[in-house]
Design a binder for this molecule. Sequence first.
Ligand code: COA
Ligand code: MG
Length: 295
Amino acid sequence: MDPLRCFLFVPADSERKYQKASGTAADALILDLEDSVNQDNLPQARQMAHDYLLQSRDKLRPQSLWVRINPLDTDLSLVDLAAVMGGSPDGIILPKTFSAAEAIKLDHMLSALEARENIQVGRTKILVVATETARSLFTMDSFVGASDRIYGMTWGAEDLSAALGAFTNQMADGGYEDVYRLARSLCLAACKAAETEPVDSVYPNFRDLDGLFKEALQGRKTGFTGKVAIHPDQVDVINKAFAPTEDEIAFAHRVIGAFKDKGGSGTVGMDGKMLDMPHLKQARTVLTMAERNNA
Ligand code: COA
Ligand code: MG
């Protein structure tokens, strides 16, 4: 599966937002049953998410459709799953984990529900929100080899700050405090260790599109393969940030050309600098991303 660049959150109890979201260029929508939905609206939100999914079940979907369920240590999550699986979501977003144990438990729950709904067992993927509890920062390594369903992991600063008893997660200059930068870095490293996709977190100030672009670009250059959006205006900005620039593509072609010219040599010189295998790998990644954006 190609990495998804932009996941757009859609509160699952808003018909208007479903419509709006389906007209965006987001690769994936997250129908949210957790923090953006008032508990009183949850039964209705589950039904609406199910119905939205069902319209495109067994069809080639233009957008990948995911559902964020409530955390597994609540009695809401199983009801969330039972309500939506009939629509065959492409994936489930699992929030507030402590370790891979919840992802493994979810894997088993999904297998049972897939069998019930005549869905190929193993089809439904999992995206873990891996940094929302204090303990999660010490267990991220547990995701290596945990489940074939794990598409990737993302991180979150809002719930982590609540878990840490903090009043803010930002420093005076607007940047994140150390512990949230650590959470982001751990998420990235754990994803690479587990051979899954690292998805960068939300940029909450949805009117500041320049700030979003800078953060998204920095995320891509750090190794993230996608980012979560909370507002339709953020989608095109994220897609642009996750597409390699003309200069990057031209440079990648030159790197690959330089290795070809040297006929299989493991290291070459270009513009007075040494290039070896990691540079070749980066160049190939850039071209793969460019091809995907043109597809
Ligand atoms: N998905 C789909 N449509 C959305 C949307 C979203 N996430 N956010 C806003 N829209 C729609 C609005 O309904 C509005 O549609 P309309 O023109 O048909 O009325 C349009 O986009 C413009 O919205 P705007 O007025 O700029 O913002 P808002 O004040 O209505 O909404 C938020 C602001 C933050 C409440 C809204 O963006 C939102 O709900 N985001 C998702 C929040 C979420 O899921 N959080 C959980 C994860 S952190
Ligand atoms: Mg939350």
